[in-house]
Structure formats: C-alpha cells, structure tokens
Design a binder for this molecule. Structure first.
Ligand code: PGA
Length: 274
C-alpha cells in the first residue's frame, strides 16, 4: 500500500490575528517542533498575518503556511476576495476549502446567526469545486473539508452527505491532480464542541471518502489520497484517532492555539508505527 506522510494542520480560524500574538505562537510552534520529523506540519492563520509568519519562518521552514479560504478568479472586481496567486505570492502552500464554518454549518449554535445571516457564509459544493480547481492551478494544496451536521447524522444521511461533498469538490479534476489534494473529515457536531467522533466511526467515514475517490478514479489514487480527521482533536485523543488506517493526520482548531498541544499532536502523528 502507498505510504502516506501524516499531516497535522492547525486551523487558527479568526484567532491570533494580530502580528504580535501570531508571531509569539508561530515562534513557539517552530521551536517546539524543531526536532520533530516524519510528519508534515502546517498552520492556517488569518490572511492578515500570513506575511508576518512567513518572515518568522523563512524560506526553507519545515512548517508550511496555509490559508483559510481562496477565491477562484485570479484578479478583478471582486471586492474582499483573495486569489490563489496572491496566496502563493505570500508564501502559502496549503489552503482550507469548504470548511463547515464557511458553508454556514456551525458545531456550536450562534444565537444571532439566523437563517437570513447564515446564507452569507455561502459556500456550496459548486464553489468548493471552483476553489479547488483554482488552488491546484496555482500549485496550492487544497485541504477540502467535508462533514455532516448532527441532524444529518441522526437522519442516517452521513454517508450520502460525505459522498456528495467529495464528488462535488472533485468535479472535472484529473487523476494526476488528486495527489495534491488532502481531504479533511470534520463532523460538524464535533467542531469546537469537545465531542469527538469515536475513532472507529471517524475511520469508517474517512474510508468512505477514500472509497469515493477510488470509485471516481481508481484504487491506487484512492489508496494514496491523504485524509485528515478534524473535530476536537487534542493531545489526549490524538493517538487513537491517528492510528486508524484511513486517517492520515488531523485538522486542529482549538488545540492549535496552544503550541505545546499542537506540537504534541504532531509528535503523536510522527510516532505512529509505520
Ligand atoms: P476544533 O476545530 O479542533 O476546535 O474542533 C477543528 C476545525 O474546525 O478545523
């Protein structure tokens, strides 16, 4: 079977967004991770601190930078959008696409996010697809996020939702491009809630992502694609999730804001039996 290098990616979300706090956190992560090998590490901070973090990390850092979103056009009259070319120029190599919080699907209910407001988060499978295509064209590695809500899970729709999100993201993408893509299975009900998906169930759903890629392309491509789990992953539950056969790493939210927690998850990934 293809050997897949584990990836631990931190999603800082809208946190650590001042240059001062972002610099402190990335410096700690860099220093604590200095001797960690056998795992790829990436951090996805807010756009506004990408340049500052790039200058802390320098050009040949083992810690990669990621962005939290991208727009599919390269330039033009698109107020507020950020293109793949701009991210590349800022030293970014990964980009989160289709995070549930951009799809307007939140693990923790926000009382003021009524229906009329949620539509402004606006990400759909079609926009995820365009963003994925654009990211690949600029040599960025998309981390495509998929996941079901609690309601969908309770209705028995998990597998269908996941398949549809994966198929939607990959529309028109060629076999050779799949190696650049990472998927992240993030059950919406486990994000920021402290509820983790059981490791067996997380592995089962990651297996559905893999099987969907195999069905759309071929078994070798499905066997090679990297799939992360995300949703309340912490140092004390990371190992049992990361050891699962279909899970190749983690997308870490809350625990990525504390350098020691984040790096200990990376160490857990690096210490897996090969
Ligand atoms: P969490 O977030 O680790 O805080 O649950 C994960 C994510 O949303 O990427």
């Amino acid at each position: 079977m293809t050997k897949r290098t584990p990836l631990i990616a931190g999603n800082w979300k809208m946190n650590k967004g001042t240059t001062a706090e972002a610099t402190v956190l990335i410096t700690e992560v860099r220093d604590k991770a200095a001797n960690v090998s056998g795992v790829e590490i990436a951090v996805c901070p807010p756009f506004t601190v990408l340049h500052a973090l790039k200058s802390v990390l320098g050009d040949n850092s083992p810690i990669a930078l990621g962005a939290q979103d991208v727009y599919w056009k390269s330039a033009g009259a698109y107020t507020g959008q950020v293109s793949a070319e701009m991210l590349s120029d800022a030293g970014v190599s990964f980009v989160l696409i289709g995070h549930s919080e951009r799809r307007g699907r939140f693990g923790v209910a926000e009382p003021d996010f009524t229906e009329g407001v949620l539509k402004y988060f606006g990400e759909t499978d079609a926009s995820v697809n365009r963003k994925t295509v654009a990211a690949l064209a600029s040599d960025l590695k998309p981390i495509v996020c998929v996941g079901e809500t609690l309601n969908e899970r309770e209705n028995g729709d998990t597998d269908g939702v996941i398949r549809a999100q994966v198929e939607g993201a990959l529309d028109g993408i060629f076999t050779a491009q799949i190696a650049q893509i990472v998927f992240a299975y993030e059950p919406v009900w486990a994000i920021g809630t402290g509820k983790t998906c059981s490791s067996d169930e997380a592995d089962r759903v990651c297996g559905i992502i893999r099987a969907t890629v195999s069905d759309l392309y071929d078994a070798e491509t499905g066997g090679a694609v990297r799939i992360l789990y995300g949703g309340s992953m912490k140092p004390d539950n990371a190992s049992e999730l990361l050891v699962q056969p279909n899970i190749d790493g983690g997308l870490i939210g809350g625990a990525s804001l504390k350098a020691s927690d984040f790096v200990s998850i990376a160490v857990a990934a690096a210490s897996l039996p090969s």
